[in-house]
Write a protein that binds this ligand. Structure first.
Ligand code: AMP
Length: 323
């Protein structure tokens, strides 16, 4: 079943052992939504584990109670009645947390990615929602669960993160309505803006200048592409989390329709981020490399070294953009 409204009380959550998990490389929406649901369920259930499988980016360490999230290894032998999987289109993107699925009796998949594979026993997937946080807001309201200021702050951060501060066209009237309601529930919107947009390290700010002076353009100037090697990160003394803005700054240049950022993971693995600001569907492009996401923001992992990965992406873009 897809895009199902979930009645949490019919699932008898009060007496069950619950887990809430999300994808690798966590972002504001994945962490905001799992913390919001986790905090909301904590008040109503006997046992709940919020599990994050990767390190938490510095910029998101302000999220209320984020330090109560646990690591998969600490819960490895636990069995769960229900596992809520949030903001994850594909089980493979759960990283180590994927192990929890085999130990869970029932899987509830709540997501907004158009590429979602409906892997849950119950699937509440709405690609029209700006963010998973937006869906979690509606879930809490539908189930009469109190939205505390901490829950509101987590959801607000998720919405701000996935809409690029209400800039992208996934921002609907409903998104603005929900953001307004969250402010009424005392979401700390200033705190969110500060941590997501106003607290760049100096190294990260300098890196921004470097990207703008060094990116390449392809396909007659319609595509901007930039490669982030491990050596470059070291040179600017920045981590990959500090510079997640790279794909948006090159996309936002006049005449650019698609932005591609390649990130070296190691000598055999490259992550790629795709962004579009026109009709070009980067979800379909990412799927050619085994990835996915949204029409205007998607990603993939290519199991080749970065130069080779760049050639592969470039070749595909030249075919697709010419069409
Ligand atoms: P990113 O470029 O990593 O910020 O990701 C942009 C969007 O694509 C996010 O919604 C991700 O969930 C999705 N995405 C990134 N990498 C993958 C992947 N390997 N497989 C499926 N979806 C992905």
């Amino acid at each position: 079943m897809k895009n199902l409204k979930i009645n949490l009380w019919d699932l008898d959550i009060t007496n069950k052992k619950l887990a809430v998990i999300s994808h690798v490389n966590p972002d504001a929406d994945s962490l905001g939504s799992i913390m919001a649901l986790g905090l909301a369920l904590q008040k109503n259930c006997q046992s709940i584990t919020i599990c994050v499988c990767d390190h938490i980016p510095n910029a998101l360490s302000f999220l209320p109670f984020i330090n109560t999230a646990t690591n998969y290894h600490l819960t490895e032998s636990t069995q769960y009645d229900i596992c809520f999987v949030l903001d994850c289109a594909d089980e493979k993107r759960l990283g180590e947390s994927q192990g929890i699925l085999d130990k869970s009796h029932q899987i509830i998949n709540i997501d907004h990615h158009v590429s979602n594979g409906f892997f849950g026993d119950i699937n509440s997937v709405n690609p029209h929602a700006s963010s998973t946080s937006e869906i979690i807001y509606e879930l809490l309201i539908d189930n009469n669960i109190t939205i505390t200021p901490d829950i509101a702050t987590c959801l607000y951060a998720g919405i701000v993160g996935d809409t690029g501060n209400f800039l992208y066209d996934n921002t609907s009237a409903q998104t603005h309505y929900i953001a307004g309601r969250l402010k009424e529930y005392d979401a700390q919107s200033q705190l969110v803006s500060y941590h997501l947009y106003q607290n760049k390290s100096l190294g990260s700010a300098k890196f921004q200048g470097y990207v703008l002076s060094q990116f390449e353009s392809l396909c007659g100037g319609k595509v901007a592409i930039f490669s982030i090697t491990l050596e470059l990160l070291q040179k600017f003394n920045v981590s990959i989390d500090d510079i997640d803005y790279v794909s948006s700054i090159i996309r936002d240049i006049e005449g650019i329709e698609v932005a591609v950022v390649l990130k070296e993971v190691d000598s055999e693995v490259t992550k790629v981020s795709f962004r579009s600001k026109c009709d070009f569907d980067v979800n379909q492009l990412a799927q050619k490399f085994g990835g996915g996401g949204h029409i205007k923001a998607s990603g993939a992992t290519i199991f080749h070294e970065i130069e080779q990965a760049k050639k592969m992406v470039q070749k595909q873009l030249e075919i697709e953009i010419r069409r």
